[in-house]
Design a protein around this ligand. Structure first.
Ligand code: ATP
Ligand code: MG
Length: 435
């Protein structure tokens, strides 16, 4: 006996019922992005491994231990399933010279892959909506992208998602702070855990991001980057905050917010909820002015963010905001030779008029077909027997009005000519809406 093959751990199927919920979410997201003038870009799921190593940084969680990397056995190329979208987006921007003529506002959505320990809100295949802008240097675009988040939470009916803000300054400012940080941690090196020790000389800023409780006291008292920033960096940060204050958007400055990827500078931000336990960050982003050049393009200022779709959907669900799934308009019941020849034409005719039809397949008695019609949640059964077929008619039977099951006396059925059934259905829909 062969064993059933299961999905890969941490990579989930999204079944009908849940998948419609995803589609509603995606529609909301698309119209939100459109309202800010962001345009879609569709990128490959697999990219050359060196792209991520160069973009994200060698000494990061993602590159050190989370990437699905493999050698294409057919040609020996090192490839990686994308762990995030920015690297591929910048690669495409450079490859197609997109930002050379004019600035770009772009977005994408899709699967990302990270080899992490699966748990609530953390999967090995997960989905992000990514938003990126290229060619805008000022704090206005940072602020725009932050305000966008606030609007989306509102559109999705979510509250309690709080904004945390920080600035990472520029590379030279970080370098001076880094030296101080190393000196500070060297002083009490015994208090560092293994990971922190390993990062002390490669990426000490990341130590500030550690969740290890025994290191918290030390981290809180560590030298603060903001004290090493020059006037330009401070002005940029102030510029972002000014727009947020003018918009009345509350935020908290979190000096420990550093992000897990190397490419950020100046503004970084996260949207955080306390309703998802440790996996509380639903959206994270910031500025990455050096990345385009670092990957071989012309120097191009850039700013972007990514949201975790699974985490947002969990929040929506927990807030009771899951959309009610509507049944189909018509279930088409048919039996007999003449009827079964007419039925497909009736179904297509209804669809021509914009009416959705679930066509009964597989035969069976009227009774068993009617049971399926009822169970389908359809608003109407359109019934065709040979009797109807020979008269060029169908029987129309209302099953549910506005999603509510109709009682028997309201389920009054009537014969309608094939040419008029669509009109009849439309009129009944309108009557119900008014009722
Ligand atoms: P975390 O600190 O939770 O590991 P991160 O800093 O690794 O997050 P980013 O790379 O900034 O996350 O990705 C942006 C968003 O994508 C996160 O805020 C989160 O909502 C979502 N996300 C990241 N990793 C996962 C995952 N493994 N499963 C589900 N969602 C994820
Ligand atoms: Mg992570």
């Amino acid at each position: 006996m062969s064993q059933h093959i299961q999905s890969v751990r941490g990579m989930n199927d999204i079944l009908p019922g849940a998948a419609e919920f995803w589609e509603v979410f995606e529609e909301t997201v698309r119209s939100w992005l459109k309202s800010y003038g962001y345009r879609p870009i569709r990128l490959p799921i697999v990219e050359p491994t060196p792209l991520f190593k160069r973009a994200i940084g060698e000494v990061t969680d993602i590159v050190e231990k989370e990437m699905y990397s493999f050698i294409d056995s057919l040609n020996g190329e090192p490839l990686t399933l994308r762990p995030e979208g920015t690297a591929g987006c910048v690669r495409a921007l450079i490859q197609h010279k997109l930002a050379v003529q004019q600035p770009q506002r772009l977005y994408y959505m899709g699967q990302m892959f990270r080899h992490e320990r699966p748990q609530k809100g953390r999967y090995r295949q997960f989905n992000q909506v990514g938003v990126e802008s290229f060619g805008f240097a000022g704090p206005d675009i940072d602020a725009e992208q932050i305000l966008m988040g606030a609007r989306l939470w509102d559109d999705l009916g979510l509250d309690g998602i709080k904004l945390q803000l920080n600035t990472l300054g520029q590379a030279d400012e970080r370098a001076r702070h880094r030296l101080e940080l190393i000196r500070y941690f060297e002083h009490d090196v015994d208090l560092l855990d293994e990971e922190a020790k390993r990062r002390l000389y490669t990426n000490p800023l990341r130590i500030l991001d550690s969740k290890n409780p025994t290191m918290q006291e030390m981290i809180v008292a560590a030298p603060r980057l903001i004290d090493y920033l020059g006037s330009e960096s401070l002005a940029h940060f102030e510029g972002v905050q000014q727009v947020l204050r003018d918009a009345g958007l509350p935020y908290e400055i979190n000096p420990r917010l550093v992000r897990g990827l190397d490419y950020y500078n100046l503004t970084v931000f996260e949207w955080v909820t306390d309703r998802l336990g440790a996996q509380g960050t639903v959206c994270a982003g910031g500025r990455y002015d050096g990345l385009v050049e670092q990957l071989g393009g012309k120097p191009t200022p850039a700013c972007g963010f990514a949201m975790g779709v699974e985490r947002l959907l969990t929040l929506i669900q927990e807030a009771g905001g899951e959309p009610v799934l509507e049944g189909i308009d018509v279930y088409l019941v048919h039996q007999g030779e003449a009827a079964s020849r007419l039925a497909p034409r009736v179904a297509e005719g209804l669809r021509d008029q914009g009416i959705d039809v679930l066509f009964h397949c597989g035969g069976g008695s009227f009774k068993s077909q009617m049971k399926k019609a009822d169970a389908s949640g359809a608003s109407f059964a359109v019934i065709i027997g040979d009797d109807e077929a020979n008269a060029g008619e169908v029987t129309l039977k209302p099953l549910r009005a506005n999603g509510e099951k109709q009682n028997e006396q309201k389920r009054e059925q009537k014969r309608v000519s094939v040419d008029h059934v669509a009109d009849e259905i439309m009129n009944l829909f309108l009557d119900w809406e008014d009722a």
